[in-house]
Structure formats: C-alpha cells, structure tokens
Design a protein around this ligand. Sequence first.
Ligand code: NAI
Ligand code: MG
Length: 366
Amino acid sequence: ANPSILILPGDGIGPEVMAEVRKIISWFDAKRGLSFDVSEDLVGGAAYDVHGTPLADSTMEKAQSVDAVLLGAVGGPKYDSLPFEVKPERGLLRLRKEMDLYANLRPAVCFDALADFSSLKRDVVAGLDIMIVRELTSGVYFGEPRGIFTEGNERVGINTQRYTESEIARVARSAFELARRRRNKVCSMEKANVMESGILWREVVQKVHDEEYPDVELSHMYADNGAMQLVRNPKQFDVIVTDNLFGDILSDAAAMLTGSLGMLPSASLGAPMANGRPKALYEPVHGSAPDIAGQNKANPIACILSFGMALRYSFDQGAEADRLERAVEAVLAKGLRTADLMGPEGGSPVSTSEMGDAIVQALDES
Ligand code: NAI
Ligand code: MG
C-alpha cells in the first residue's frame, strides 16, 4: 500500500497554501512514481462550522492511523469570541496531545537568494541549515506545582521545571536519529550550571548517546551561550536539542536568521509506530494570516517545505526532499517573490498560485 497522508487545510490562508502543496504531491506522483494515499478533513474553525468542535473524533482517529498529517493553519477573527474549549487552536492542541508529539522540529535554513533578507550579515547566514529540536510535551509549561498562591501578605507565581529520564531520553533519540540523516552532529542545550533538571538532562543525553548513538558527534552547551552562538556563528550547529522553554525561545531567535515567517516549516514527531515511522504532524510555523486570507497573496513555501520535511523524516525520501528544496532555491534565485519577501524597495510580487506553479516548473527542470 502507498504511504498515507491526512491533509487538514484549516482556516484563512491554510487552504490556499495547501492547494499549492497538492500540486507538489501530484508532481511527485506523476513524475517520480512516488504515490501517496491522500485524504482530507477539517480542522479549526472550518471544523467548528460543520461539527461544532475544532476537531471531530473521526478526524482524530484518521490522524492516528495515517503515516503523516499535514496541517495548514487554524484560527481567525470569526472564531475569536468562541468559548475556550471550542477555539480553533484547541483542535491543533488535541492533535499534538493525543498523538503525543514530544519532539518539535524547527529548521532554520537560509536560502542563498534570501540571505540579504536575514536580520544578520549575509556571510553569517548564507547556506545556513540547522535544526532545532524542542521538547514539546513536558517541562516548565506543564510541571506541578503551578499556580498563583498566597504566601504571607503577598502572592507568589509558581511554575515547576520537571523532566523525567524517559522524557529526556526519547527526545534525545529523536535528535540523534535526525542527526544521522543530516551532518551527524548534535548540540544539547540546558543550564546544568544552575538547574537540577539541566544536570539530569545533560547526564541522560550523554547516556543515550554513549549507549545507542556513539557514531554521532555530541556536544553540550549552556543555553544562554547557545543563544549567543546562534547569532554569532549559527553555521557551527547541525542539530540542537533542548527543553520546552529554551526551545521556544531559541527557535524563535533562529527563525529570524532566515527572514520571513512565510518560509518556515516545522514538524512535530512522536514515538515510532508499528511500521517504524514516527507519529508525525507537519505544518508551517505561520498562522492563518487573516489580513491577507482570500487574496492569493500568501507565501506557500513554508507549507511546501513542511511537505519536504515529511518526505525526509516520515517517508525516507531524503533525495526527493533535496530535489524539492533545490526547486524552491531555483525559483527564489530567478527573483520570484511573494509579497512577504519584498523589501522596502518593493517590486512586483507573484501570487500564491504563481509561486506554486513556478516551483512545479522548477521541479520539471530538475
Ligand atoms: P500569522 O502567522 O497568521 O500572521 C502574522 C503576519 O505574518 C501577518 O501579517 C501575516 O499576513 C503574515 N504571514 C503569515 N504567514 C504568511 C505567509 N505564508 N505568507 C505571507 N505572509 C504571511 O499570526 P497572527 O496574525 O498572530 O495570527 C492570525 C491567526 O492565526 C490567529 O487566529 C492565530 O490564533 C492563528 N495562529 C495559528 C497558528 C497555527 O495554526 N499553527 C500559529 C499562529 C497563529
Ligand atoms: Mg514561541
């Protein structure tokens, strides 16, 4: 049987960028004999409109049974005043929680044609290709005790950074597995100098390395130094693995190395399934962009590159993922830009569908 993909376009620009991904999927089917069993369903506001819930149980079941889920974006002003339990983002949170997606992958790739778009100097970022793996289901955002308590005559806000050995070990394994498909290098970031959870983190990552992945080059770095190094010389890294809080901050910082939100893909991976593939959800980092929705203006590249990540990390098609990334690079090198990639000097932007067509054409020429 063909590998299966569930497409959840969602709201706003989600369906617009996903339509371009469909073109790419069709191209791989027609020209590379790479066929997928593609099904489509509703998520977010689109699901609420039909089912009164942002993720129907039947959709959740499908998500659990496919090889990869590809999601556009959820949310929009139309749904902002809904009660908390049925807000569009609850659909996404339910997917992440029930699929137990504990490793969030955020690549920071700087396409040469966009190097001048970065917040940093061209030579610092040109050719950059790093991957931040953020632990997504534990740590200080979830640890107990948490709350605002009264202590004497004032209040105190408490959160708890808590990691078990198995939580650290599984995300470390995700990072080492990724590194083996990349440049075989992992840098683990924590603050073992001041945090108990950091001491345990460093010890467990080292143990998983020594026992299971001795072939991968491992280094450790304090997360504050890591933040400096990411801006000073990001190309020294291949895979960075870190906890939920540091990963949240470091991945947003890394995003700015590369330019536009419209260029950033992501993946969230869980435990390996019976067929050896990890549970997986691929999605662009951006949201539903209500300010430009329905205008054929959105940049589809983040969503297209998210499919590229699926090719690489769910379907073992690294060479085809490379081909797709080269096609994106070629189109950018020709000077094609959606509006979000235009500098202050302006120019004439291409539309969402024109960008998708151009990438398909570049694939044809590859
Ligand atoms: P956003 O990412 O939707 O938009 C931020 C800015 O970036 C906007 O000016 C938008 O036009 C632009 N932008 C985003 N993606 C773009 C693309 N592909 N091409 C060109 N320009 C792009 O974030 P915002 O405005 O904070 O949130 C809008 C809605 O999206 C809200 O309802 C929010 O809850 C939701 N959201 C959903 C996410 C998801 O589905 N994972 C993530 C973030 C926000
Ligand atoms: Mg963040």
